[in-house]
Design a protein around this ligand. Structure first.
Ligand code: AMP
Ligand code: ZN
Length: 123
């Protein structure tokens, strides 16, 4: 699939609408249209990279930025992990499906940030 046909590239340039919750020069974050949990966000680089398998060492900073954004988003939406807390939804999950064997449907890398379900429940 060329970038022109990529839905996440289109979302990144505002050609397709999304329920955006965060944006900076490298990343956008929006709500998944088919949420599997009370919180289901997608952290998406603006640059088109098809899969995690395509990432190179030059992408290290971008990937680190994506990962570090997850706990900030979790905190913002009330799902931060708080050691020792007995709150019901205490923490979150990050997932990057990679390739057909990893269940990837959209070939523009994205990190799912999921919270509000028991960890035994898989997406
Ligand atoms: P994956 O299986 O990891 O490739 O996940 C792709 C995800 O993108 C799925 O959870 C879809 O529900 C989600 N998705 C597809 N199209 C859109 C869209 N236009 N806006 C928000 N989420 C989307
Ligand atoms: Zn793309």
């Amino acid at each position: 699939m060329g970038h022109d046909e990529c839905i996440f590239c289109k979302i990144a340039i505002g050609q397709v609408l999304s329920e955006q919750v965060y944006a900076d020069s490298d990343l956008i974050v929006f709500k998944d249209i088919r949420p599997v949990a009370p919180l289901h966000l997608l952290v998406v680089p603006r640059r088109h990279i098809p899969t995690l398998q395509h990432c190179e060492s030059e992408d290290q900073e971008l990937l680190g930025k994506m990962m570090l954004l997850a706990p900030k988003l979790a905190r913002e939406f009330g799902y931060a992990y708080e050691p020792g807390s007995d709150k019901e939804a205490n923490g979150f999950r990050v997932v990057m499906n990679t390739g057909p064997g990893g269940g990837q449907e959209l070939y523009h890398i994205h990190m799912h940030v999921i919270a509000g379900l028991r960890p035994s429940i898989c997406m």
